[in-house]
Design a protein around this ligand. Structure first.
Ligand code: FMN
Length: 224
């Protein structure tokens, strides 16, 4: 590996952010760019070496408007009321950080703009859902999709496009399935608004914990 390759990879890894406010809503996303990014994403790890992740790239304006309406409904009717209730319960002790407040404002902005985003990409799996929410089956189920989704986002970033991983639409998964004629065997996991970005300079996110709170060597309590 050359130093410049390492620097480029580090840059893509640290600056692939959830892009919501800086999506170019007027520029079409060519199919072949999405094809390249999905082809690359398929190199991500998959359990038992079985390819079960599937993408549906929604370009049609009417379908995008339908998805956006469901996303907005989920935000207004379910996510926002739950967040307000959680905030009331937690009181001042759980005051959101500046970064969390920025994220929330940006998430709300996306909710309002979603139908204008030129491409909405739904990702999911045809693997049977696990019986339990933790354990090896659950790990394989989600773990065979989310690394692929992240690789897709990295490939988009290196080509000047932005995206964000969202899941709010899952509150209305049945309605989304009906809208897009999804088969019963398909479980939706994420929805990614995709567009070229306005400018390509993005900064790493703030991570406030010290590294030794996140990384342990040998045993949990050992810090160095
Ligand atoms: C599983 C998962 C689901 C998410 N769902 C949503 C969502 O529905 N809407 C949203 O705006 N952000 C959602 N996010 C958060 C964004 O994708 C993003 O990670 C977060 O805002 C932090 O921004 P950053 O990635 O630029 O640091 C989700 C993230 C994850 C990992």
């Amino acid at each position: 590996m050359t130093a410049s390759l390492i620097a480029d990879v580090d840059d893509v890894l640290s600056t692939t952010r959830a892009v919501r406010r800086r999506l170019d809503l007027d520029r079409r996303v060519p199919d072949d760019v999405i094809e390249q990014c999905v082809e690359l994403a398929r190199q991500a790890p998959i359990a038992k070496n079985v390819e079960q992740c599937r993408f549906v790239a929604v370009r049609d304006p009417e379908l995008r408007a339908g998805l956006a309406a469901l996303y907005r409904r989920a935000g207004n009717e379910i996510v926002l009321p739950r967040m307000a209730a959680a905030a009331r319960e937690a009181g001042k002790a759980a005051k959101p950080t500046a970064q969390q407040r920025r994220n929330m404002a940006s998430a709300m902005h996306l909710t309002e703009q979603l139908d204008a985003v030129p491409l909405l990409v739904l990702a999911g799996t045809i693997a049977p859902p696990p019986d339990e929410v933790v354990g090896p089956d659950a790990s394989e189920f989600y773990g065979s999709v989310l690394p692929t989704v992240w690789s897709f986002q990295l490939a988009l970033r290196s080509r000047g496009l932005g995206s964000s991983l969202t899941s709010m639409h899952l509150h209305f998964a049945d309605e989304v399935a009906a809208l897009l004629d999804l088969p019963d065997a398909f479980t939706q996991i994420a929805l990614l608004p995709v567009a070229y970005t306005v400018g390509t300079d993005f900064r790493p996110a703030e991570r406030t914990l010290p590294l030794d709170a996140v990384l342990h060597f040998d045993r949990w309590a050992t810090t160095s």
